[in-house]
Design a protein around this ligand. Structure first.
Ligand SMILES: NC(=O)c1ccc[n+]([C@@H]2O[C@H](COP(=O)([O-])OP(=O)(O)OC[C@H]3O[C@@H](n4cnc5c(N)ncnc54)[C@H](OP(=O)(O)O)[C@@H]3O)[C@@H](O)[C@H]2O)c1
Length: 215
């Protein structure tokens, strides 16, 4: 399976490197390929680098790891047809950059009626969006090390097969997966980002992950 990673931030780089290290064919994309060429030389990343359009065309599976407020813009630049019929792992969070966190609580530009992923799913109905990776910091996304304890990644999305495929990837990456069902669970999963960030903003603690305990 070829992986197209849209996004040149921390998440895009960590996931592109992670998929490449797990022996997938990977292309990472940006509006500005040159900055990724520099990173490739410095990081030792073995995959390909492309534009958003080249990357979304390359991927059998697409990772959407761009700024939440610019996700639709990034999809348009990538070419909407390149998403049709494909699994899209949506790592984005709807963070409102125009507002400061209040007591460590960041603000979203979405409301409780419609999450960002539901907006994206409506924008490209033929794509199979699966929310994943958004509830943890980038450095913990691949092979998180908590000793003997496996952290939990919560996911959701409308397509059952897509969620199963993403579950297999997450398990390879060292996660236990909790499948939360259809896309209307995405708002709750996006809100976990707010919760995850609070210890960071209050106490500069950024190295935790969520775990669901079960009897
Ligand atoms: N950082 C984390 O630890 C973390 C953890 C979980 C989830 N997330 C979420 O994952 C996503 C990526 O986060 P990040 O921190 O890696 O990077 P980011 O700074 O949120 O986003 C960087 C990416 O957004 C693209 N972008 C910015 N403005 C754009 C525009 N006007 N049109 C199209 N694309 C635009 C950039 O494109 P160029 O490449 O062209 O510059 C770049 O690829 C975000 O939604 C974030 O909330 C982040």
């Amino acid at each position: 399976m070829k992986i197209g990673v849209l996004g040149s931030g921390m998440v895009g780089k960590v996931l592109a490197q992670g998929f490449s290290n797990h022996s997938y064919e990977v292309m990472i994309g940006s509006r500005d390929k040159k900055k990724l060429e520099v990173w490739k030389d410095e990081s030792g990343y073995k995959g390909l680098v492309g534009s958003f359009e080249e990357t979304s065309n390359f991927g059998d599976l697409i990772i959407l790891s761009v700024k939440g407020a610019k996700a639709i813009e990034a999809i348009n630049l990538s070419g909407i047809d390149n998403f049709k019929g494909k699994i899209v792992i949506d790592t984005t969070n709807p963070i409102d950059d125009t507002k400061q966190p209040e007591n460590g609580v960041i603000k979203f530009f979405t409301n409780s009626e419609q999450s960002l992923m539901e907006q994206l799913q409506s924008y490209v109905p033929e794509a199979k969006f699966v929310k994943a990776f958004n509830s943890v910091g980038a450095i913990l996304m691949v092979n998180p090390d908590f000793g003997d304890i496996k952290p939990t990644m919560v996911i959701c999305g409308n397509d059952d097969n897509a969620r199963n495929e993403v579950t297999k990837i997450l398990e390879k990456f060292g996660w236990e997966v909790e499948d939360m069902g259809k896309a209307n669970a995405a708002g709750t999963i996006e809100n976990l980002c707010i919760l995850w960030c609070i210890p960071g903003f209050l106490r500069n603690e950024w190295s935790h992950a969520f775990k669901i305990l079960k009897k």
